[in-house]
Design a protein around this ligand. Sequence first.
Ligand code: B12
Length: 212
Amino acid sequence: MLDLEALTQAIGDLDEGQVVELLEGFVASKPSSAEANQVVGACQRGMSIVGDFFEKKEYYVGDLIFAGELLNKAIEILKPVIGGENTGKVGSIVVGTVQGDMHDIGKNIFASMVEAAGFVVYDLGIDVPPVAFVEKVKEVKAEILGMSGVLTLAIDSMKATVKALDEAGMRDQVKVIIGGNPVTEEACKQIGADTFTTNAAEGVKICQGWVK
Ligand code: B12
């Protein structure tokens, strides 16, 4: 198992060479998906360090952009080993980053993992307006809607989306899960989602439970 703290630190330091070396060694060791999920968690914590430096004005927007590219590269390396266990119980899920928010790294991680677990995934991308979520859920008769967002304003967009589902008379036909750094139990209640998580692997397990 690789040194998780060293990986978190290397991401926080934006040390691409070290990140790639650690991850390539890890993938070559043929890890279990549980170990791979721990590595995703270490990457996530590294991004929090980047966020803290940004808040303290030690990193700038250019560093955030680089961090985003670095994490996308990390996830590409990890893709062959991450993913929920494929239970063969498939369902369909619409995912997207909510209106006003361009952050898609966490959403992409969740989408890859839930797809690896056997779900049919309809990924609407970033900055998705409520009406687009509603139309897609209706079109593909999705069992689950997964919304992602990391900006504080994402909470309002998630709430507007659940309201739009309600107004379309569809709220009872679809389970709603939300993810991303700012989601909490309180936000979940306020939004009217069924559940929330800041851990993609946990999100996959919840979705599997829903389509049993
Ligand atoms: C990388 C980054 C960027 C990149 C994004 C690149 C990309 N392609 O996504 C870029 C440079 C574009 C960017 C831009 C901006 N950013 Co930015 N960014 C970040 C940073 C450093 C990391 C975010 C991230 O990828 N985290 C790692 C992922 C893996 O974590 P995650 O999203 O939580 O996902 C995990 C779980 O939550 C879960 N999950 C996520 N989604 C879902 C969905 C479902 C359904 C499920 C089940 C699970 C799930 O799975 C993932 C794995 O476990 C954060 C700092 C931080 N602490 O978050 C700031 C941060 C989010 N950004 C911030 C800001 C301010 C901005 C800008 C406004 C900066 C600017 N002045 O322009 C813009 C906003 C643009 C916009 N409108 O969206 C602030 C937000 C403040 C706030 N409270 O609103 C933060 C917190 C930095 C800070 N501390 O100030 N950013």
